[in-house]
Design a protein around this ligand. Structure first.
Ligand code: SF4
Length: 299
């Protein structure tokens, strides 16, 4: 398989066929991000010949394991949805050719990738199987989005995800706890809940900000331009997010960046999730949480 560098995928794509169609990120300038830093280029598109060769190889492997039940394919790279409509359709056709029982195709997407497609193109992509895109919105806090160079504002999240809703393409969100900085966590969580409450994400997954020395954000901190939230405050921020969310959504803080895993289906599990967060805030010390973060070598 033509896998390039570290392959990132959401936890819930563990049983999907991982198909490389891009590597790296077209944006590559969020200040906190050190993902894809191992690549010698910013972004690359895989040639169709490589994609087809990988599908052939995957099919042969499946036969070997007497398993031909691929029902979902996850396209790898930071934002494969940036690819032109025609290329995404070619990829969907190739997947269908080798895995006719594949039902849906997912990938990471930036908000700006959705804006490059017309409504008609989004509907055609939905019909071709594109569903449950994973979008790292990070926050609905415009001040943080601007400072971190995300390249869009909260109004763009609402506009573009409403277009996905209309086209019938489902989506999940990643939230980045701590992105608003010292003293601003609750404000960021409230702003995020406000935009999520206008949309229909199926999953909101929370990661916690972990600042690595090779990030732009680290340099900003050294210059005195930004201050990190304490670890306990990050949990208070998560509490605010859960408290203000009013939509039915599966919420989870499960990845390595979260020292303690939390999950639940909202609104039914809201009380339970809030009480777990309260317990963490009351019983775990800042030092213990900070030690965990210091020892996180990579996400
Ligand atoms: S956070 Fe996502 S969009 Fe931003 S630079 Fe990293 S991979 Fe690209």
């Amino acid at each position: 398989m033509h896998y390039t560098g570290t392959i990132w995928r959401p936890p819930y794509e563990a049983s999907s066929l991982l198909l490389e169609v891009t590597a790296g990120c077209t944006h590559h300038s969020c200040k906190f991000c050190t993902l894809y830093a191992d690549l010698p280029f910013k972004f690359k598109m895989s040639p169709l010949t490589d994609i087809e060769a990988d599908l052939k190889e995957a099919k042969a492997q499946m036969k070997l394991w007497k398993n031909s039940r691929i029902s979902r394919t996850f396209l790898t790279g930071a934002n494969p949805f940036v690819l032109k409509f025609s290329r995404l359709m070619e990829i969907a056709d190739l997947i269908k050719k080798y895995f006719p029982r594949n039902k849906t195709i997912g990938c990471f997407s930036r908000i700006t990738d959705v804006s490059l497609k017309t409504d008609e193109e989004l509907s055609a992509l939905a019909a071709a199987g594109f569903d449950l895109l994973t979008i790292g919105i990070e926050t609905g806090d415009d001040e943080a989005l601007e400072f971190m160079h995300k390249g869009y504002l909260s109004k763009d999240i609402v506009t573009q995800c409403s277009r996905l809703d209309k086209a019938g393409i489902g989506y999940n969100f990643f939230y980045l706890t701590g992105i608003s900085g010292m003293g601003k966590g609750e404000q960021g969580a409230k702003a995020t809940a406000r935009i999520c409450n206008q949309l229909h994400p199926q999953i909101i997954g929370a990661s916690m900000l972990t600042i690595y020395p090779n990030s732009e954000l680290y340099k900003e901190i050294q210059k005195g331009n930004w201050q990190e939230e304490t670890e306990i405050k990050k949990y208070e921020e998560l509490k605010a997010l859960v408290k203000y969310l009013e939509i039915p959504v599966w919420f989870g803080a499960l990845g390595a960046s979260n020292p303690i895993s939390i999950q639940g289906t909202l609104p039914n599990d809201k009380k339970k999730v809030l009480s777990v967060l309260d317990k963490i805030i009351e019983s775990v010390s800042e030092d213990e949480l900070r030690d965990y973060r210091k020892n996180l070598r990579h996400l």
